[in-house]
Write a protein that binds this ligand. Structure first.
Ligand SMILES: NC(=O)c1ccc[n+]([C@@H]2O[C@H](COP(=O)([O-])OP(=O)(O)OC[C@H]3O[C@@H](n4cnc5c(N)ncnc54)[C@H](OP(=O)(O)O)[C@@H]3O)[C@@H](O)[C@H]2O)c1
Length: 337
């Protein structure tokens, strides 16, 4: 897009104090931000909402309201329409997905444009559906770290709990791409179908089946080599029964039981690894390995489009409420174009 056709203002959604979506989210016109030396300006097509965007708006665990005005959401996709003076002009026109858009920065992706450091805008083939590209950020980086933090998973058996969650579904897909056998847990038949479509080999309903029994039967009593865990504290008894010796549990959430008691000797005597995953602050080498693998995966294998709903920017409140309701199955997107 020639710089002359970049408008002066854009549609955006924002909040200026923390609180419930319907009380604090506003929608209107704002100036289009100008790229600093190392920034790119991305014309966004979609913004994706993640639970952390909701948690930040709600002040979860005492998170402060860090900026006077916040445009929520960290993930999105679009194309680069302007670059700062230190960014090669060859990036102009690139299709990109963006991550960490509203991590320690005020202006996220719930807008028609975002200015973001060039390194947070990752090239992607223009053939990839922009809704899929916008859904990569937090889910794919979390899933990658959880799966690959402790080495190759080819021919390993991986358990993904919550296989129809945004992170879980992406973890199934990445684990299959990497050559693992994947078992997943879900809580309904609809969710089982999403886990199977993502590539899971076996799916168990943790509400109606004995997951421990099923997993031990499916692994000839050896247990699984990796667990990608969405509910660490709640599932701890299950983990202790199904994680193989030398196995790794990568936990990225424990919402219902945030302070579990950890049976040290049970883990120690099996040489198991407890791996905590926090995708926002990865080491540089882990981030580059994740970006490289995700790019290879997404450009070679069209990911499963795991989309719950798409909302126009003026319906940002409803979009946030949809994710917050716990009823969404798949990614909740805001169309920004
Ligand atoms: N540490 C990090 O860097 C990081 C990164 C991304 C996300 N997160 C956090 O991870 C959590 C999930 O994020 P998300 O985007 O994937 O959310 P999501 O799309 O809502 O998925 C969560 C999934 O977990 C399932 N679930 C809940 N309790 C379960 C249990 N005991 N066993 C198996 N499945 C269970 C839910 O389904 P049912 O309730 O129907 O079972 C749902 O499918 C959020 O708390 C988020 O803030 C952390």
């Amino acid at each position: 897009m020639p710089s002359s056709s970049i408008p002066k203002t854009m549609l955006a959604a924002w909040y200026e104090t923390q609180g419930p979506a319907e009380q604090v989210l506003e929608f209107g016109e704002m100036p289009v931000p100008e790229p600093q030396a190392n920034d790119v300006l991305v014309r966004l097509h979609y913004s994706c909402i993640n639970p952390s965007d909701i948690k930040r708006r709600n002040g979860f665990r005492g998170q402060p309201h860090a900026f006077p005005r916040i445009i929520p959401n960290s993930d999105g996709a679009g194309e680069i329409c302007a670059v700062g003076k230190d960014v090669p002009s060859s990036r102009l026109g690139e299709s990109v997905w963006v991550f960490n858009g509203q991590w320690k920065r005020p202006l996220g992706t719930s807008a028609q444009y975002i200015c973001i450091p060039s390194s947070l805008a990752v090239p992607i083939s223009s053939h990839v559906d922009k809704r899929i590209a916008a859904s990569l950020g937090i889910p794919a980086l979390t899933a990658h770290r959880a799966l690959f933090s402790d080495g190759d998973i080819k021919n390993q058996t991986v358990l993904v709990t919550g296989g129809a969650g945004s992170v879980g579904n992406c973890a199934i897909q990445l684990a299959k791409w990497a050559g693992a056998r994947v078992l997943a847990t879900v809580s309904s038949e609809e969710k089982a179908q999403h886990a199977l479509k993502a590539g899971a080999d076996l799916v168990f309903n943790y509400q109606t089946q004995s997951v421990t029994k099923e997993i031990l039967a499916a692994t000839q009593n050896e247990g699984v080599h990796r667990i990608v865990e969405v509910a660490f504290g709640e599932n701890l008894p299950q983990t202790l029964s199904v994680l193989a010796k030398h196995g790794v549990i990568s936990a990225y959430a424990s919402d219902k039981v945030p302070e579990p008691s950890i049976p040290f000797y049970d883990f120690m005597l099996k040489n198991q690894v407890l791996r905590w995953v926090f995708m926002y602050e990865l080491k540089d080498k882990d981030l580059s390995s994740a970006l490289s693998d995700i790019s290879t995966w997404v450009n070679k294998v069209e990911p499963y489009p795991f989309i719950d709903s798409v909302w126009p920017i003026p319906e940002v409140v409803q979009a946030h409420q949809r994710l917050e309701s716990g009823q969404a199955v798949g990614n909740v997107l805001i169309e920004t174009i």
